[in-house]
Design a protein around this ligand. Structure first.
Ligand code: ZN
Ligand code: ZN
Length: 123
């Protein structure tokens, strides 16, 4: 069992933010996650625990190949660039996640233009 005290100390360590998307945790809207799944030998120690919001947990489960058991998000934003749908537990949350997603595109664009500049130097 994971005690309330252990959860509180993890929460403090994460400064009350989701460990994946860094959005503020909201009461009753986050899950305690085993960073290394118990099925893969992870334990209940504080170092193996993280608090993440429900949309992040469901994404992580998909990535881990675990079927998501959580309901689809009510609030979504669609990326103009790539059509990706980002879901959150509130409109604010999905807007926040979309901002993060757009930053990724900006970084990619910067990297691409850097590469092109390098290419020019070579020629
Ligand atoms: Zn999150
Ligand atoms: Zn996108």
């Amino acid at each position: 069992m994971i005690s309330k005290g252990k959860i509180d100390s993890v929460r403090e360590k994460q400064k009350d933010l989701c460990n994946i998307c860094k959005f503020k945790l909201q009461e009753g809207k986050f899950h305690v996650d085993h960073i290394k799944p118990k099925s893969k030998g992870g334990d209940d120690g504080g170092d193996n625990l993280q608090l993440i919001c429900i949309p992040c947990h469901s994404k992580k489960n998909e990535a881990d190949g675990v079927h998501a058991r959580y309901p689809k998000y009510t609030y979504t934003s669609v990326c103009d660039e790539c059509g990706k749908v980002v879901g959150g537990y509130s409109q604010d949350h999905s807007n926040y996640l979309m901002q993060q997603h757009m930053l990724k595109h900006e970084r990619e664009k910067k990297n691409n233009s850097k590469k092109q500049e390098k290419g020019k130097d070579v020629f």
